[in-house]
Ligand binder design. Structure first.
Ligand code: SF4
Length: 653
């Protein structure tokens, strides 16, 4: 073994309460790295095809990044993996905080759970030591209460915990898994998988050193990186100050401003992701009014500003950064109103400010903060919860449902009190909240009467706060990636910010060989997606990748001692993407099954704004992407030849 990985993962069977430690060997890590690459390989090997994701036979994995614990910057994220009960295909979600390094310090690169306990349990993981404990006293507790109770029980304040809240316990298909009180691996509904195993929490504590092949080289890369990363220029600093004005000019003139990594960095450094709310709402990036409205018309500058930059900063008590992060976009806030008044919480992220703001035409920041806190404590995805509420409001406004359905709630755009109450009902699975707790696709099927036209999703997953009509790269990501409705892989904008063309000769060749603008854009997207597999499997943060030329290749070589070329790594990224897609094929998912809702492709409903009248030709985009990736449109994923080429022949369908 060289370095970067511990060389071991552990499988815990909750039915018969046994554990199995696997040492897959160096070649395995070269092929799949760690993170969800390792996770996909294990699930393909061990989980039977067609298994119900909430059945005991299903697997749930907690995976660290290959670079986690090596001191590489931005490398502190962990990934949960499993079959998604929301989309029926490959599911993964990741979160930052401090958990990932703690997992690795126990001596494991990943922990997998299969089987199911008859009664609630939690699992303590120490150095080469796994213990299944009674969790009756934790069941029903929210995330911070669960973490606190486990720390008390162990008498150890430094233990790191991953847990589900009540939403995961109640098998809500839009629930996630949280750590550090609120950092949630929210997408894909994997909280329900954990709930189905009656696994309330997993606590990690270890002191093992993560092996690194060339530690001095990591230090040197960090030094160089930080010198460049800390530089800020006057133009960016001024632009940050006048972002509101810039956004309005863009909104009214449609003039696109080229995005710069240094500017995004300046914004995140000062405000975190909340620094982009106004800009996104005004320029057509944030979907408004359940994808049927326009930023500067329906959700005015004044409204958007109430949930953006300085308005959010007024609540911030202190900034914080995840493990090994030089940016620090996180913040702890004082909650000033509502049921959590006087308590501390996490600063709402842009996705949450959009999902409970522009999507619902709500500009009451206190209500948004309360919703954020409720969802964080219950362990439910804010993007999906906002989407589900927007769907309910539109059904109500169009007479498809009424007060008899909603338990007396008079739903409407911008009605904060009703929105907070409906969120409570979703969390508790009470009344109509029970219908919404499994996402808009299933809710529309239950409501019927044409409600599906208001259900905006891809393959069952509610869409994030980035409008695919503005950046068609998001349409490719939402519909074609193995985890549909995902915004943290790539789009045309990110592909430019990643700089893939300059950094990977193969990416340059791919783009050069394409004919026409769309084909070139899709090729650039494809290379960006391969690159993001490396970022994710390294345990690295997307925000590092969009605010800098993240030295992923250099870090991987220094940590492992492999000395692979950029193109060899790009090929590894392609392998991991293909393996995750092959999982979907094995589950019988076709190219059409994860289709994107019409509203995300068609701007004819919009009266004004940059996305008015836009029509995305999804069929052509999909053909182009499938062609670039070596995928078969009929079968819905990689051809057997492509799988063989990537040394994945034994997983070919
Ligand atoms: S940029 Fe933000 S989310 Fe990413 S690692 Fe740093 S603090 Fe965490």
């Amino acid at each position: 073994m060289t370095g970067g990985y511990t060389g071991k993962y552990c499988i815990v069977n909750l039915t018969d309460r046994t554990t199995e430690v696997v040492e897959p060997g160096d070649e395995f890590y070269r092929k799949y790295l760690s993170g969800y690459g390792l996770g996909a390989a294990v699930l393909m090997e061990r989980q039977p095809p067609g298994v119900d994701p909430l059945a005991p036979e299903a697997y749930l994995g907690f995976c660290t990044g290959l670079l986690t614990g090596t001191r590489a910057y931005f490398s502190g994220r962990f990934m949960v993996v499993g079959k998604s009960p929301l989309t029926g295909g490959w599911g993964d979600a990741n979160a930052g905080g401090f958990l990932s390094q703690e997992i690795k310090r126990t001596g494991y690169d990943a922990l997998f759970f299969t089987g199911a306990s008859e009664t609630p349990v939690w699992v303590r993981v120490g150095e080469d030591d796994v213990e299944i404990l009674d969790g009756d006293h934790l069941w029903g507790k929210d995330i911070p209460e669960t973490e606190a109770a486990i720390r008390d029980q162990l008498g150890d304040k430094k233990v790191r915990v991953a847990a589900i809240g009540v939403s995961g316990e109640k098998l809500s298909l839009i629930s996630g898994i949280s750590t550090d009180n609120a950092r949630i691996a929210a997408r894909s509904g994997l909280g329900a998988v954990m709930g189905s195993k009656r696994l309330k929490a997993v606590a990690f504590r270890g002191k093992k050193k993560v092996p690194v092949a060339r530690p001095d080289e990591i230090k040197e890369i960090n030094k160089k990186f930080l010198e460049a990363y800390k530089k800020s220029n006057i133009v960016d600093r001024i632009t940050v100050r006048i972002m509101g004005l810039v956004s309005q000019v863009i909104a009214r003139t449609g003039v696109a401003v080229p995005a710069q990594a240094s500017l995004v960095r300046e914004i995140y450094k000062k405000y975190g992701t909340s620094g982009l709310t106004t800009y996104s709402a005004m320029t057509g990036d944030m979907p408004i009014k359940n994808w049927g409205g326009v930023g500067y018309v329906d959700y005015t500058y004044k409204s958007a500003k109430k949930g953006s930059d300085e308005s959010v900063l007024k609540y911030q008590e202190r900034k914080y950064a995840c493990q090994s992060c030089p940016l620090g976009c996180g913040g702890i806030i004082d909650i000033k109103k509502g049921r959590y008044q006087g308590e501390k919480g996490h600063k709402p992220e842009y996705e949450t400010l959009g999902a409970f703001g522009g999507m619902l035409l709500q500009d009451d920041l206190d209500a948004i903060i309360e919703l954020n806190e409720m969802c964080n404590r219950a362990g439910i995805d804010t993007i999906s919860t906002g989407g589900a509420i927007a769907f309910a409001i539109e059904c109500f406004e169009n007479g498809i449902i009424d007060e008899t359905t909603t338990g007396g709630l008079q739903l409407g755009w911008g009605r904060s009190e009703e929105v907070v109450r409906l969120a409570e009902m979703i969390i508790a699975r009470e009344g109509f909240g029970d219908v919404l707790a499994d996402g808009v696709k299933r809710a529309a099927e239950k409501v019927g009467n044409g409600a599906d036209r208001f259900a905006v999703h891809a393959g069952g997953q509610e869409l994030p706060m980035h409008d695919s009509r503005l950046d068609p790269g998001f349409a490719v990501a939402y519909q074609c990636e193995p985890t549909p409705g995902r915004h943290t892989i790539a789009c045309y904008l990110y592909a430019g910010l990643f700089g893939v063309k300059k950094r990977f000769p193969e990416a340059k060749r791919m783009i050069k060989a394409a004919k026409g603008k769309m084909a070139k854009n899709v090729r650039r997207y494809t290379a960006a997606s391969y690159y993001m597999q490396l970022v994710n499997c390294g345990g690295m943060c997307l925000f590092g990748a969009i605010t800098s030329s993240l030295p992923v290749v250099e870090y991987l070589n220094a940590a492992t001692g492999w000395n692979l070329t950029p193109d060899e790594y790009l090929n590894t990224g392609a392998r991991i993407l293909n393996l995750r897609k092959a999982f979907n094929m094995r589950e019988g998912i076709t190219a059409q099954d994860h289709h994107l809702s019409r509203r995300a492709l068609d701007g004819s409903i919009l009266t004004k704004g940059p996305n008015k009248g836009v029509k995305i030709d999804m069929e052509s985009l999909m053909r182009e992407f499938f062609g670039a990736a070596g995928w078969d449109m009929e079968k819905g994923g990689p051809t057997p030849d492509r799988m063989k080429e990537l040394d994945l022949g034994r997983f070919a369908a």
